[in-house]
Design a protein around this ligand. Structure first.
Ligand code: IPE
Ligand code: IPE
Ligand code: MG
Length: 251
């Protein structure tokens, strides 16, 4: 059978999600199972990031969001936190030119306050250089937490209310969505998590309201185009109802 990542067969075989989010989990367990240091799992995880971005671009998916570091991941040992910061820097330094060449638009979401200046500068550079690209939008969730994102949005709105700029009666779900980090990004249709864990771990909790969730029983360093196909296949079998009724012909 031809894999669905073959763009010639894909559009006719399944309904493609516009936005796919991935909770990239299991780097540590992948390494431990091979008696390797956790760092090796994270390093190999970056290769899986490259495969995921390439597959999403080949498929013509509009938005790919990758959860790379959560606001709770600071509670890991300082060496591991440093390693993860270093790997992000290395990824941007090495891959930015190639991403740009492939028309990828890079967006970084999450809090920038606790990040080192050199990392912040690199993240800004990646966004600025690629901002006019029209291919895949690659959203990297780094130092991201959905609860903090909602807190930030509420604070922004409260300040506008306090200054008289807006009337509290106009606050609705659209205004809240417009004040999230993802204001200009559609909600994810599909969220994939590797490692077998079945939870969101503070990823896009507002935006995931109607996302289809697919949990893959492999570790993130093992993720490849075939795993992406499998998630898309499962997504294609779901019936999205958004609180309405199943797609039955009108009587
Ligand atoms: C995912 O792998 C990477 C990050 C969360 C940064 P983990 O490091 O969580 O790997 P496990 O879950 O311990 O196996
Ligand atoms: C979620 O994975 C965060 C990222 C993938 C960046 P974790 O490994 O931190 O999640 P928990 O702790 O198992 O919920
Ligand atoms: Mg984990």
């Amino acid at each position: 059978m031809t894999p669905v990542t073959d763009p010639r067969t894909l559009t006719s075989s399944i309904d493609l999600p516009r936005h796919v989010g991935i909770i990239m989990d299991g780097n540590g367990r992948w390494a431990s199972a091979r008696s390797l240091p956790r760092f090796e799992g994270h390093r190999r995880g970056v290769d899986a990031v490259r495969r995921a971005v390439r597959a999403a671009g080949d498929l013509g998916i509009g938005y790919l969001s990758l959860y790379a570091f959560s606001s709770e991941n600071w509670s890991r040992p300082p060496q591991e936190v440093d390693d993860l910061m270093g790997l992000l820097k290395r990824f941007i330094r090495i891959d930015l030119a190639d991403l740009h060449k492939r028309n990828v638009r890079v967006r970084i979401i999450g809090s920038r306050i606790d990040l080192a200046n050199d990392l912040n500068d690199l993240l800004n550079e990646a966004e600025v250089i690629t901002q006019d690209n029209t291919g895949l939008t690659l959203v990297i969730a780094f130092n991201y937490g959905a609860r903090q994102e909602i807190v930030d949005a509420v604070r922004k709105i409260a300040l506008q209310v306090a200054s008289g700029e807006i009337d509290p009666r106009v606050i609705d779900k659209h205004l809240i969505a417009q004040n999230l980090y993802t204001a200009d990004i559609p909600d994810p249709d599909l969220i994939i998590r590797t490692s077998g864990e079945q939870r969101l771990s503070n990823f896009m909790m507002w935006q995931a309201a109607y996302a289809e969730l697919v949990f893959l029983p492999l570790q993130w360093p093992e993720f490849d185009a075939a795993a992406f196909d499998e998630a898309l296949r499962q997504y294609g079998q779901r019936e999205r109802r958004f609180g309405g009724l199943a797609n039955v012909p009108n009587k």
